[in-house]
Design a protein around this ligand. Structure first.
Ligand code: ADP
Ligand code: MG
Length: 286
């Protein structure tokens, strides 16, 4: 099998296959006495888009926080590029976080800063780059999300979909290896949602990232994801390609996959048949 890697092709052979970018091995975690994850194992393949799905309150955001080291697993290993985050000291954690971009759930822009300054923020916080270089990087990232022309606007002047794209540009400002998107489509109209989804896929491939998306939008997420993980009842109900997951016989997965509408929008509001309203037209439908 040929695997696309940034700029070149490598032969995928089990002996040389790179380890997953993120891997959970038998991870148990709870807030206080309340267990959220119970012996969870899964992997996030390098260079791919992985969707993390499941019911609200199932622990998806918690999984991202365990990867980012904001929470520590009580048992098991959380491997980030082969190293156990659970054992990281402050310095190692800081170094690992520099390699992660995060688009937080409900993550808003700083309302008192322009679009430009929002994207520049992580660069100014975490690097000593000159303003000239910051400018070039910000404009490059804004260009990648189609908003180079919107640099001087304030967040109140951009649409919800544009704001999400600015947040995306901010998440990739420091050239991360891994980007984690927590419900990046929430509250977007179908067109903005499609744009954001395609953008996540495109950035993953052109920048050679590994992406994790937490999302409830089954249709759009299955369209762009290479790998799907479904969390349910503290465990993994399914993981695999979108097709594998769709065909899963696990009742939990079946329920999850079918509990959601099969299309982003229904065009026709249900009503009487077209014949009842207009009569049978010649050569018309039967
Ligand atoms: N900081 C916290 N302290 C205590 N409980 C929390 C905390 N964060 C989340 N929880 C609880 O843990 C469970 C999983 O939360 P979360 O990971 O946010 O789920 P999801 O993102 O899948 O909706 C929820 O029941 C939530 O109420
Ligand atoms: Mg969440």
């Amino acid at each position: 099998m040929l695997e696309k890697a940034p700029g070149f092709f490598i032969e995928m052979d089990p002996a040389t296959t790179p380890h997953p970018f993120v891997e959970f091995r038998d991870v148990t975690f709870g807030y206080g006495a309340r267990a959220i994850l119970d012996g969870v194992s899964f992997s996030v393949p390098r260079g791919k888009v992985t969707a993390l799905m499941g019911a609200s309150g199932g622990g998806k955001t918690t999984v991202l926080r365990l990867i980012g080291g904001q929470q520590r697993a009580q048992r098991g290993e959380v491997l980030f590029d082969g190293q156990d985050v659970v054992r990281f000291d402050a310095k190692a954690l800081y170094a690992a976080r520099r390699r992660m971009g995060m688009l937080f759930q409900f993550g808003a822009l700083f309302t008192d800063m322009s679009v430009f300054d929002n994207v520049a923020f992580p660069l100014r916080e975490h690097t000593q780059l000159s303003e000239a270089l910051v400018r070039d990087i910000v404009l490059m990232k804004l260009d990648a999300v189609g908003l180079r022309g919107a640099r001087d606007l304030m967040p109140s002047e951009v649409s919800g979909g544009m704001a999400r794209r600015v947040a995306l540009a901010r998440a990739i400002a420091l050239d991360p290896d891994l980007v984690m998107y927590d419900e990046p489509f929430a509250g977007l109209d179908p067109i903005s949602l499609g744009t954001a989804a395609r953008l996540i896929r495109q950035l993953n491939d052109t920048l050679g990232l590994t992406s994790i998306i937490v999302s409830h939008d089954l249709e759009e997420t299955f369209r762009i994801a290479d790998h799907v993980i479904i969390l349910a009842n503290g465990g993994i109900a399914a993981q695999g390609t979108p097709d594998d997951v769709r065909q899963s016989n696990d009742p939990l997965v079946h329920q999850f996959v079918n509990a959601l509408p099969d299309g982003p929008v229904r065009f026709h509001y249900p009503g009487v048949s077209i014949e009842d309203d207009f009569g049978n037209v010649e050569g018309g439908r039967s």
